[in-house]
Write a protein that binds this ligand. Structure first.
Ligand code: 13P
Ligand code: SF4
Length: 342
């Protein structure tokens, strides 16, 4: 368990945000009683806390048992033997934990846990599309509600999307809701000689769609040797300029194994904070874009949901939605864990 001194050492190197946040020793002392109370409640209730790589560093380093990307955290949720799972992220990730753990209490601390992708497609849209594209395999990004997952065939995350689309035994795919990720998949298939027709929905992540290819040119010119890491929710023009493309945890692993000393990350800047903390000797350049949904999780919200969860914070799913969504998520695990032919 982290001590106050260790927490300060972890938070001290982080310089992200606008204005730039600085974690002082006094700040750590101020939040420490909340952290201690959360720990007591965790023990009392046999709870674990999962936190996505983008959430506030106080939550990530102060109270989370596990942090990671959406795939890794789904696996942690699946393997957990806690009675209560508190998931600091956005609603669709918390719902995925419930899909995998119907008998557990799954709690969402976030007062604003939407996501521009998950909110951009409704079950009625999918029902209509299935009639329009009856011979297509419906692939949904994990950034969808449980109701939408229940209407699709297989779910993907940023860490397995290319692999799963390649492995699907159908040359007609409908991909939803992220149009930029779909375009990246199309480009990936084209480059690898994979012949599939991929139709897609018109959703975007409001954070990642902002990045422009020119930003990569500009940063490369100013920082020779910079390692450019891009999330596949970015536009194809940006992805094509990357040295590495992957999920947030894939990026973290890439930095760990890279010889470069300067990095440009085109993703939500919470991840930059994590990397500054983990690799204080490396340099991270470029702008800082925040996801307002992920950043809505505070330590106080985590405390509140453990102390006295409100009905809307306790995830419930109808058996029909849960069964359908489970089939879709389990299909993802099967594809991801099967050995690749290459
Ligand atoms: P990761 O699964 O790569 O962490 O991405 C989740 C997400 O919402 C990115 O915007
Ligand atoms: Fe959704 Fe984009 Fe925020 Fe990720 S960064 S949770 S895709 S809005």
């Amino acid at each position: 368990m982290i001590t106050l001194d260790e927490l300060y050492e972890k938070l001290k190197p982080i310089r992200v945000g606008n204005p730039i946040c600085e974690f002082t020793r006094e700040h750590c002392e101020r939040i420490w009683p909340t952290i201690e109370r959360i720990r007591e409640l965790k023990k009392e209730k046999n709870a674990i806390i999962l936190a996505h790589n983008y959430v506030e560093p106080e939550v990530l380093y102060g109270v989370a048992d596990y942090s990671g990307d959406s795939y890794g955290l789904s696996k942690k949720a699946k393997a957990s033997d806690a009675d209560v799972i508190v998931f600091a992220a956005v609603r669709f990730m918390v719902e995925t934990a419930k899909i995998l753990n119907p008998e557990k209490t799954v709690l969402d601390p976030n007062p604003n846990g939407g996501c521009s992708l998950a909110d951009g497609i409704m079950p009625a849209d999918v029902k209509k599309l299935r009639k329009q594209y009856p011979d297509h395999t419906f692939v949904c990004y994990i950034n969808t509600t449980a109701e939408v997952k229940a209407l699709c065939d297989v779910c993907v995350t940023s860490s397995n999307v290319y692999r799963i689309v390649e492995a699907i035994d159908n040359d007609r795919i409908y991909f939803l809701p992220d149009k930029l990720m779909a375009q990246n998949v199309i480009e990936h298939c084209r480059r690898n000689g994979i012949d599939k027709t991929i139709n897609y929905w018109d959703g975007t992540c409001y954070v990642h769609e902002e990045y422009q290819p020119e930003a990569v040119d500009f940063v490369r010119k100013a920082n020779p040797g910079v390692d450019v890491l891009v999330h596949p929710e970015c536009a194809p023009g940006v992805v094509q300029k990357a040295d590495f493309v992957g999920s947030t945890t894939n990026m973290l692993d890439h930095v760990r194994g890279s010889d470069a000393d300067t990095f440009f990350l085109l993703t939500e800047c919470g991840l930059t904070g994590v990397l500054q903390s983990e690799f204080p000797q490396k340099k991270f350049v470029g702008s800082c874009t925040m996801c307002r949904y992920m950043k809505a999780n505070s330590l106080t919200d985590v405390l509140g949901v453990l102390e006295n969860p409100q009905p809307h914070q306790i995830i419930t799913l109808t058996p029909e939605v849960r069964q359908g969504a489970l089939r879709c998520v389990e299909a993802m695990f099967e594809y991801t864990e099967q050995p690749t032919s290459k």
